[in-house]
Design a protein around this ligand. Structure first.
Ligand code: GRF
Length: 195
């Protein structure tokens, strides 16, 4: 069984998509063993509770600094024996404490064709830039903002009759399909190769 932890900060539609892929058998052989959330009031926490997934929700301000809360996250990940960490809307840069242990086994989902439009509100950035296409990227996490090695990308055209919200909907539906697909590919390949 591949043991996956998800980090998220908000709505949690990608958390739900992963959990549904596990439940439907599309992501057979995987288990979501932990949700880590840095905003205890976020909707994603309720999704995890409803799905019976253990939650570690914390307030960064209750810790001295990032190193201190990341030490706690290391312990939480160890306790559930996680093998992979998926950042699905985790709105923080990962620091050296986590990266030292998890680099190569930690992936991030981003709603643009990186390196275009890194950072916050990537869909709005693409919309305002009036580009003809944008997309979705899944990449390994490194110390930069959305800079790690790309694993998979999918294009999403911007249509003449799109609004920002219809575009966002199409991007999210690509995310919901692509993220479980990427995870399946990663866990079925030789982990040594990824180290
Ligand atoms: C997604 O668009 C993801 O690409 C980005 O944050 C959003 C999270 O959405 N990093 P949700 O919380 O999974 O609904």
């Amino acid at each position: 069984m591949h043991r996956v932890a998800v980090f998220a900060s908000g709505r949690g539609s990608n958390f739900l998509a992963l959990q549904q892929a596990v439940d439907s058998g599309a992501l057979a052989g995987h288990q979501v063993v932990l949700l880590v959330c840095d905003r205890p009031e976020a909707l994603v926490v309720q999704h995890a509770e409803n799905a019976g997934v253990p939650v570690f929700a914390f307030q960064p301000k209750d810790f001295r600094d990032k190193a201190e809360f990341e030490h706690e996250l290391l312990q939480q990940l160890e306790q559930v024996q996680a093998e992979w960490v998926v950042l699905a809307g985790y709105m923080r840069l990962v620091g050296p404490t986590l990266l030292e242990v998890w680099e190569g086994r930690m992936i991030n989902l981003h709603p643009s064709l990186l390196p275009a439009f890194p950072g916050k509100d990537a869909i709005g950035q693409a919309w305002r830039a009036k580009v003809s296409e944008t997309g979705v990227t899944v990449h390994f996490v490194d110390s930069g903002m959305d800079t790690g090695a790309v694993i998979a990308q999918e294009r999403v055209p911007i249509l003449a009759d799109d609004t920002e919200s219809t575009l966002a909907e199409r991007i999210h539906s690509v995310e919901h399909r692509l993220l479980p697909e990427v995870l399946r590919t990663l866990t079925s390949s030789n982990p040594q190769r990824l180290a």
